[in-house]
Every structure is written in structure tokens, then in C-alpha cells.
Design a protein around this ligand. Structure first.
Ligand code: GLN
Length: 522
């Protein structure tokens, strides 16, 4: 089996995930079956209980895996679906080994990091890689971190048994505008990697501009890498240009040369999708709670990007703190927006602000998309402001006279948190003659979920009495999955998360419809 391992040095946040996704995309375009694994050295078993404020969004897979957001980049770039097994964490590895130990699998032995933990890591990697030509593995964190040591050791061992190409991503800073790019951090970082027995074959250098030859030569000399294997990764306005930039440096051919296999990159489809010239700008307000870290809503901003490529309407996002509108009767604060999006979320902070904004979007014909919590709050808004159910709410926030959103029945029995929400892909039946049906052009769809609460069925008849609010999508066992408001240019709420399935090469219909509606707004 063949593996490409991507490690990172100097600092975190170098765009290693996008680098990994871009390299994997190029190899895929060379005609090889590629998959991607993310190693996260943290002790959490999965990303499900981690705060979006610290780690960005929790990405949800088809099988319900709650994983690191980088897996979203891999799926979006490669147009593939991954599974829980593609995200390996310290917590998961130790949990497996400890469970085996308790069952007596190592009877008589002293269970140790080497070989038992490193064996477990290699086994997990091999399981995922076995049906693929090439497996690209991204190692989270920075070399030198204590947490990543067992993983780097496992990968060193893997390189003795299999074909492995190591790529190290580093930073080449420029201290002043005219100053020379500094190679010392890269030199030190490669030295640290060598100390654990790994010599990189290729070095990818993040920098503000393309590296000049002199800098590349210096890095090559100090790190023992061929000069044409020092690859420049300059800042780009849009991450979707990264596969194109890496391809210009022939990174795919260089990797395949090590494996002694052939292939010619073909990014023509990719290039044809990226919109060359936008027809117009549309202004979108995303009203949420985790807005200080935009990565908290990464899949949403990427799905909007995909829709912008297809419509050629460029979406400019304004991130709005919902809490600021908790006690505001909105009049003209949102009049310059072509659309409003209320994303998913948990807990009570900012909920009243979001409800106020939804009311404004509904009453003023502003294209609106509400996702998960955004969907639930649009039900509450309608109950309160159209049917006069004062204090209607979700039982996630308070016990109320009108619990229009309530716990899913199976959730009532669960008292722990972690991996037990309604998660992953499930079927939704769409009603014909609805807006959502016209977007998907089919009555049977599969979308991903991550929630504990649902529309309370006791209120469905009442809420739909005016025949303007309709639940246009339902699960086969009768959960409300989508709502729309008739007569409004675009008012759509979804209990599911359409953003998790949007891909560069196949945009989510919901987002396409939403951006189109924003572009067509009068
Ligand atoms: N907090 C809500 C629930 O658990 C919505 C979840 C979400 O937006 N992902 O149902």
C-alpha cells in the first residue's frame, strides 16, 4: 500500500488541511483511487463534545461520525464520503487498546506505547487504506508536540513496511515588507522531524508570496531535500486555487515518481467550476453565536462558495452577533442585506436575537435560510408572531406553556453527552409542489443530522392551519425536516444540515437556491 503523510511544523494554522486536500485532489485527478485520514492527537475520542469556539465546527459524516473540520475539506475537494474510521484520535486509539486489554487480548504482556499503541495506529490506518491506491494522512498538531509522538513513531514504522512519502508543511516568514524570507524556522522544524526518525521528501513552505529560487536553494541545502521538492504555498484569496498552484509546481508527479507509478493530472473540471468573473455581489448576514471564529461555520461558508461558483453571484458574508438583537425590534438594521442565514447552535445565548431577525426576514421578504436551530427558531417565531402563542419556545431553553420544539423521544432516555444525538445521514421525503422539491428535483433525499430536539408533533396541525407555513419535508417516521412559507420569495428552514454534503463539484441544492434567490432579490 502507498501512503502520503503530511506533517506540520513551526506553528499551527498553516492551512495543512487545505494543503492535504489539494494534494489528494491532484493525485485523484491523476487517475488514482485516493482516500484521506486525519490524525488528531487530542485525547477526546471524537470532536463531538468540543467547543466550536476552540476548534471550529464539528463536521458530521454520513455514518454519524462527529469529526474534525478538515474531513469536510477532504470530502468537498475530493467529492467522496468518508467514515468515522478516517479520523483517528489519541482518545480513540487508547480506548481501543484499553478495551482489548480488559478483554484479555494482551494476556501476560505489559501493554506499552511501543508496540501496542503504535500497532493499533498502524492497523487503523491500514484498515482505511486497504481498498485504495494511495492514502493521504494528515497529522494534526505541530512536530515536537508531546501528543503527536506516538503517531509519528507509528508512521516511521509504517515507512519501513510500506511506500511512504513524507511531506512537511512549514512557515517561511517575512519580517519586513522588503526583507528576505526567513528559512531558520523551517530548518529547525525539519531537524525536529529528523529527531523522530522521519526525513521529509517534500517541503511545502507557507509564505505571503511565492518563494524565490535563492530561498528554495537555501532550504534544500539545510534540509537535505532536492531543490525542486521545496514547494511554495503563497497566500491565496480563495483556497480553491491551491490545487492549481500546487499543480503548477508538479507536486503530483513528484509524489508518483517516488511510488514509481504513472499518471497525468487533470484539473480541467475543477478549473471550469471556479467562477472566473462574478456577475454581481450579494450581501448575506449570518446571525449566529460563534461568529468570532469563522471556522465555526466552515461548511456553511464553503457551501455558499460552491453556490457562488455555480450562480456567479459572489456572496459577501457579514458575521452578526445574535445576542446584540435580543431586545431589539428590528427596523432598518438589515435593510442592506440580500439574505439572512441563521445556522445551527446549542443553548440559549442569542436565541431571542435570532428570533427577532427571523421575524424581520419573514415579514420583509428577505431570502432566509434557517439550519437546524435556525429551523427550530423559525417555528417558534411563527408560533409566537402569527398564531399568538406567547412565550412559545424550545424545551432546550425553558419549560414553557407552548413547547413547539421538544426533545426527540429517544433522547428522553439519554443522560450522557457524547456521540448520542440524532446523527448522520437519513432519509427525507419531500412533498411535490414545494420549493424544496423544485430545488432537489426528487422526492427522496438523504441528508445529515446533528440534533436532540424536533418540532413537537402536537403543534403541527395548529402551525399549518393558515396553509402558508408548510412542512415540506418529513422523515419516513414523521419528523418535520423542512419548512417553507408560501408567498415569500425564499423562506426555507431545514432540520437537517445541507452544508455537510455540499461539494465543489456538486453544490447542495438548498444553498444554490438560496444564493440564486439573493441574486434575484429586487
Ligand atoms: N440545539 C438544537 C438541538 O439539539 C439544534 C442543534 C443544531 O443546530 N445542530 O436540536
Amino acid at each position: 500500500m502507498k501512503y502520503v503523510v503530511v506533517t506540520g511544523g513551526v506553528i499551527s494554522g498553516l492551512g495543512k488541511g487545505v494543503t492535504t486536500a489539494s494534494i489528494a485532489k491532484i493525485i485523484q485527478s491523476m487517475g488514482h483511487k485516493v482516500t484521506v485520514v486525519k490524525i488528531d492527537p487530542y485525547v477526546n475520542v471524537d470532536a463531538g463534545t468540543m467547543s466550536p469556539f476552540e476548534h471550529g465546527e464539528v463536521f458530521v459524516l454520513e455514518d454519524g461520525g462527529e469529526v474534525d473540520l478538515d474531513l469536510g475539506n477532504y470530502e468537498r475537494f475530493l467529492n467522496i464520503h468518508l467514515t468515522k474510521a478516517h479520523n483517528i484520535t489519541t482518545g480513540k486509539v487508547y480506548l481501543n487498546v484499553i478495551e482489548k486489554e480488559r478483554k484479555g487480548a494482551y494476556l501476560g504482556k505489559t501493554v506499552q506505547i511501543i508496540p501496542h499503541i503504535t500497532d493499533e495506529i498502524r492497523n487503523e490506518i491500514r484498515k482505511v487504506g486497504k481498498d485504495h491506491d494511495i492514502t493521504v494522512i494528515e497529522v494534526g498538531g505541530t512536530v515536537g508536540d508531546i501528543e503527536s509522538m506516538p503517531f509519528l513513531e507509528a508512521l516511521r514504522q509504517l515507512s519501513i513496511e510500506e511506500d511512504v512519502v513524507f511531506i512537511h508543511v512549514t512557515l517561511v516568514p517575512n519580517l519586513t515588507v522588503v526583507g528576505e524570507p526567513k528559512t531558520k524556522p523551517t530548518q529547525h522544524s525539519v531537524k525536529t522531524l529528523r529527531e523522530v526518525g522521519i526525513s521529509p521528501h517534500i517541503i511545502v513552505c507557507r509564505s505571503t508570496q511565492k518563494l524565490n529560487e535563492k530561498t528554495k536553494e537555501k532550504i534544500a541545502l539545510f534540509t537535505n531535500v532536492k531543490v525542486d521538492h521545496v514547494i511554495s504555498a503563497p497566500d491565496v484569496e480563495d483556497i480553491h486555487f491551491m490545487p492549481i498552484i500546487f499543480n503548477e509546481e508538479k507536486i503530483g508527479q513528484k509524489i508518483l515518481d517516488y511510488f514509481k507509478i504513472d499518471g497525468k493530472p487533470n484539473l480541467s473540471l475543477w478549473k471550469s467550476i471556479l467562477c472566473k468573473e462574478y456577475k454581481k455581489n450579494v450581501n448575506l448576514a449570518i446571525v449566529g453565536k460563534y461568529i468570532d471564529l469563522h471556522d465555526s461555520y466552515l461548511s456553511i461558508s464553503q457551501a455558499l462558495k460552491h453556490a457562488s461558483f455555480k450562480t456567479c453571484y459572489k456572496t459577501n458574508i457579514s458575521w452578526i452577533e445574535a445576542e446584540n438583537f435580543d431586545n431589539v425590534n428590528i427596523t432598518d438594521e438589515f435593510e442592506n442585506y440580500d439574505g439572512i442565514l441563521v445556522p445551527g447552535g446549542f443553548g440559549s445565548r442569542g436565541v431571542e436575537g435570532k428570533i427577532n431577525v427571523i421575524k424581520y426576514a419573514r415579514e420583509n421578504n428577505i431570502p432566509f435560510l434557517g439550519i437546524c436551530l435556525g429551523f427550530q427558531l423559525s417555528v417558534i417565531e411563527y408560533a409566537r408572531n402569527v398564531y399568538g402563542l406567547k412565550n412559545a419556545n424550545t424545551t432546550e431553553i425553558c419549560n414553557t406553556e407552548y413547547p413547539v420544539i421538544d426533545l426527540l423521544p429517544e433522547q428522553k432516555k439519554i443522560s450522557t453527552k457524547g456521540g448520542n444525538m440524532r446523527l448522520g445521514s437519513s432519509e427525507i421525503i419531500l412533498d411535490k409542489n414545494t420549493m424544496i422539491y423544485s430545488l432537489y428535483k426528487t422526492d427522496r433525499i438523504f441528508e445529515r443530522h446533528r440534533h436532540r430536539y424536533e418540532v413537537n408533533k402536537d403543534y403541527v396541525d395548529l402551525l399549518t392551519k393558515d396553509k402558508k407555513l408548510i412542512f415540506s419535508g418529513k422523515s419516513p417516521n414523521g419528523l418535520m425536516e423542512a419548512l417553507e412559507v408560501k408567498g415569500h420569495p425564499f423562506f426555507l428552514g431545514t432540520q437537517f444540515h445541507p452544508e455537510f454534503k455540499s461539494k465543489v463539484e456538486s453544490v447542495a441544492p438548498t444553498f444554490y437556491g438560496f444564493v440564486k434567490a439573493m441574486g434575484e432579490k429586487q
